[in-house]
Design a protein around this ligand. Structure first.
Ligand code: ATP
Length: 235
């Protein structure tokens, strides 16, 4: 499988803290890849680096063969890197539909041109077309995913989409993720391992800025190395 995301020896420190230490990661086109690990393992730092929100101290990031390491976040977004954050970033006073259309227009240009696709996303996610401020937390999560999809990303970075969801909202989110087209490659950071194991083709475990293991959900679930990485981190 061709690598859609190719991360090579990526490092990032904050002062004396090494948040990411020479991480290598290759994610195939259409793959659903999850990043897990204890708090502070470096998962969000890795997403930030791929999205261009922060710059690495060393290493290289390629998307579809193109070196994006030195590009800013807007250029990366135009090249197909979409993202949702730990806290939903929406325009509360705009309607659900307008949020999706504006997000699509920012990436692809032309609000009117993006409206039909925005309507389709709204319908497929069964979101009500009300002022976004009226949506529940779970609906905002789904809206943010729709907004990212409106930009037609090749690579979608999802940072803890299940955080703070009720059981019903969690089931809805799982269905939305399950229905994602395989034209989109996904890198998911998530603490809910039931979601990770159901969704991901492969999982990478980080701990203290290092890659512990990459494998299928079955390999990760049964790995004693992974279990001890978690156990040591919480003890
Ligand atoms: P969590 O699961 O808690 O979200 P994580 O695996 O996403 O954790 P990161 O947020 O990437 O971990 O943080 C990795 C390390 O880098 C942590 O020790 C964190 O405190 C530190 N760190 C992250 N961002 C900054 C920053 N802006 N300034 C200083 N230290 C930071």
């Amino acid at each position: 499988m061709r690598a859609l995301l190719d991360v090579e020896a990526l490092s990032r420190g904050y002062g004396s803290l090494v948040a990411l230490d020479r991480i290598d990661l290759r994610i195939g086109e259409g793959e659903r890849h999850a990043l897990i690990g204890p708090n502070g393992a470096g998962k969000t730092t890795l997403l930030d680096l791929v999205a261009g929100a922060t710059r690495p101290d060393g290493g290289r990031i390629r998307v579809a063969g193109r070196d994006i390491t030195r590009l800013g976040p807007a250029r990366r977004a135009r090249l197909g890197v979409g993202r949702i954050h730990q806290r939903p970033a929406i325009w509360p006073s705009l309607s659900t539909l307008d949020n999706i259309a504006v997000a699509g227009a920012r990436r692809r240009g032309g609000f009117r041109r993006t409206l039909p696709a925005a309507r389709e996303l709204l319908t497929s996610l069964a979101l009500p077309d009300v002022a976004a401020a009226q949506l529940s937390h779970g609906q905002r999560r789904q809206l943010e995913i729709a907004m990212a999809l409106a930009g037609r990303p090749r690579l979608l970075l999802l940072d803890e989409p299940a955080a703070g969801l009720s059981a019903v909202e969690f089931a809805q989110l799982s269905a939305v993720l399950d229905d994602l087209s395989r034209t989109v490659t996904v890198l998911l950071v998530e603490h809910r391992l039931d979601l990770v194991y159901a969704f991901a083709d492969r999982v990478t475990v980080l701990r203290d800025g290092r890659r512990v293991l990459t494998g299928t959900p079955d390999e990760i679930r049964t790995s004693s190395v992974v279990r001890s990485a978690y156990a040591e981190a919480v003890s």
